[in-house]
Design a protein around this ligand. Sequence first.
Ligand code: MF3
Ligand code: CO
Ligand code: CO
Length: 269
Amino acid sequence: MNQDHAGRITREGIRIHEAADFAGMHAAGKMAAQILDEVAALVDVGRTTGELDDFITRRVTELGTVSATIGYKGYQHASCISVNHVVCHGIPGDKVLKDGDILNIDVTVINDGWYGDSSRMYVAGKLSRKAERLIQVTHDSLMKGIEAVRPGNTFGDIGAAIQAYVEGHRMSVVRDFCGHGLGRVFHAPPNVLHYGRPGTGPILEEGMFFTIEPMVNLGRPETKVLGDDWTAVTRDKSLSAQFEHSIGVTADGSEIFTLSPAGRFHPTY
Ligand code: MF3
Ligand code: CO
Ligand code: CO
């Protein structure tokens, strides 16, 4: 890290972190990723999303870390669990998983002051061909976005890479939710859009920390939030998928903070 550029805030309000800050983010990201690894063994037909969240709550404590979502804007759970046509922010509860359900589990921890935010897709029972395709394209779109991350590129390059990939597979990118800067805070500038035009938006700089978390729908991109004020669903009831990594910009690309220690970020190996 070039110290001339560390500890600065850009014109767009984006914090440029110092080299030493990467270690804190790696530790936090690993906590979130390990919990996402562990919960995979519990996902099955007959389980409730509340049971999965109970496990996550317990593991957060046992690992000596802290949930970022419990108490966040009144949210009361350690995870968001979004099943089938739920796009994001699904509230865990007594919903019973049935054969073929696909679900996103999103976990954020605060570890030693640093935020680690990640989500992945899981399957209960037998995965349908169309759901498998949706999950694969969503996962790969996140990786295309991450590949566009390097100093000198722009946030618009990330969004454009994701959008081109998703729409090339005749699926749609959700516009109503985006990724975000993070670090010692949960949600910081910039909004990381998962669509856009190359060369637009803030220029990426070494030391920026943010999430990329594309939500992809099999049908149309429009969403609506249910009466609980959290659960976002596809308006056309089509299936939706999401993957999220927290990353940091390095001199020649990026580092992923939320890599799976068990190598199981993608569910369909
Ligand atoms: N983890 C989500 C994100 O990716 C935010 C969840 S906020 C909650 O930004 F309150 F719904 F948990
Ligand atoms: Co996030
Ligand atoms: Co998240």
